[in-house]
Design a protein around this ligand. Structure first.
Ligand SMILES: Nc1nc2c(c(=O)[nH]1)N[C@H]1C(S)=C(S)[C@@H](COP(=O)(O)O)O[C@H]1N2
Ligand SMILES: [Mo]
Length: 424
């Protein structure tokens, strides 16, 4: 057997890594246990997985995670909705790293369950104020020029349960209506050019083929800018939950517009006033007026670790990790405080920083066992600073469900347990 890495080599490597991080405040405490400690049978004795042959290659034609990762699953909140067909579940953000959400863990939001569509029988109709109405098969779509782009999708109702105060204990539930995958699809402007858009065209209606026939109005400027008609995510066909075989990708805008199981695009000269843009996905203000067509998802961030489902386990060195995103551009900075806002430091951003995409940040810190009040705030490429929840409530009141991008607070207690709180 090969001998394990020497603890001193290991800790030196980690120390050098840590030293490069400005302001991280590492005391240099060692992480690896000393080699002289009482012999560890996991080192000194040969384990079963080294003794016997493993499973052959033919057992898993489509791979799944290790059986030890059973906890890494989407979860719902039982009291939130009346039926599973018109419901939502949440991405386990506290179990993930990097910026890509594995396809099987992307949160789901359906208004009429998951449509089960044979791609051979799927059609996309494009009609209305066009020179030439068209019907595309999936094969037609696959013969048109395509693009690959990584974007977040956030439901406008993400964090919606937190408007009136801290409620759900876990970033999966407070922030898990977001996912971030690579889409492959045809730019909508290519399809529109094929049909020839009339000059009077101002709005489009996108409609799904699911039993809810969900539909939304989309301004033509956005349609001609960066909208994709996607057939793949993370390199393979869309998952049924995510709209197989075809969905709209509306970068940076609220998830509701990203119509799944897309079957029809109508070109018109005004919005359709669909259910999802009148009775839903509008924001009732304190004075009784409503904000409407609030498309953009403004800059937001959350610390995913530690968080209520992922408490701190040990004193000494720890990694704080989180996600930031903006529907208006890229993330230019993330600030983190461990003491409820008295001191802020710049988080270390690692991995790709992409337009309208989740961005990963870290703070490598030393925990002495004191209470922590952890917050993060994102600054995007427009210079916008993520607001506090109080600042939001001053403008928006507390009738809202949607577009809550306020700063989240986690309270880490001396025993490491972590709770969703708000501080004044
Ligand atoms: N056809 C159709 N499209 C839909 C929906 C739906 O119920 N039916 N839900 C919308 C809502 S409210 C959101 S937030 C996103 C969720 O996408 P996801 O299930 O891939 O997370 O899809 C949108 N597109
Ligand atoms: Mo949504």
């Amino acid at each position: 057997m090969t001998s394990p890495a020497k603890p001193d080599a290991l800790s030196r490597r980690r120390f050098l890594g840590g030293a490069a991080v400005a302001g991280a405040g590492l005391a240099g405490t060692s992480i690896a246990r000393a080699e002289t400690a009482k012999p560890d049978p996991l080192i000194t004795e040969v384990q079963d997985w080294s003794r016997y042959l493993g499973e052959g290659v033919d057992k898993r034609p489509y791979g799944t995670p290790s059986r030890f990762e059973k906890n890494v699953i989407r979860r719902d909140v039982s009291w939130l909705t009346a039926s599973p067909e018109s419901s939502v579940n949440f991405t386990p953000l506290h179990e993930l790293d990097g910026i890509i959400t594995p396809s099987g863990l992307c949160f789901e939001r359906h208004h009429g369950g998951i449509a089960d569509i044979d791609p051979a029988n799927h059609r996309l109709m494009l009609h209305g104020l066009v020179d030439k109405p068209l019907v595309f098969t999936m094969e037609d779509i696959r013969r048109m020029p395509r693009q690959n782009r990584i974007h977040f999708l956030e439901c406008a109702a993400n964090s919606g349960m937190e408007w009136r105060g801290a409620q759900l204990n876990g970033c999966q539930f407070t922030h898990g209506m977001v996912h971030n995958v690579m889409y492959t699809g045809v730019p909508l402007k290519v399809l529109l050019a094929e049909a020839g858009v009339k000059t009077s065209a101002k709005w489009l209606l996108l409609e799904g083929a699911d039993s809810s026939g969900m539909n939304r109005s989309l301004p033509i400027e956005k349609a001609l800018d960066d909208v994709l008609i996607a057939f793949a995510m993370n390199g393979e066909a869309l998952r049924p939950e995510q709209g197989y075989p075809l969905r709209a990708v509306i970068p940076g805008w609220e998830g509701n517009l990203w119509v799944k199981w897309l079957r029809r695009i109508e070109v018109g000269d005004q919005p359709w006033q669909a259910r999802e843009e009148t009775s839903k996905y509008t924001d009732l203000l304190a004075d009784g007026r409503s904000r409407r067509f609030t498309f953009f998802m403004d800059a937001k961030s959350v610390v995913t670790n530690p968080s209520p489902q992922a408490p701190l386990k040990q004193k000494g060195r720890n990694v704080l990790s989180g996600l930031a995103w903006s529907g208006r551009g890229t993330i230019s900075r993330v600030d983190v405080t461990l003491d409820g806002g008295r001191n802020w430091q710049h988080a270390r951003i690692d991995g790709p920083v992409l337009d309208k995409s989740l961005t990963r940040f870290y703070v490598d810190f030393d925990w002495a066992g004191q209470d922590l009040l952890i917050q993060s705030r994102a600054i995007d490429s427009t210079g916008y600073l993520q607001p506090t929840k109080e600042e939001l409530r001053k403008i928006r009141g507390t009738n809202s469900i949607y577009h809550n991008n306020g700063i989240q607070t986690w309270h880490v207690k001396a025993n490491g347990e972590t709770e969703n709180v708000e501080i004044g």
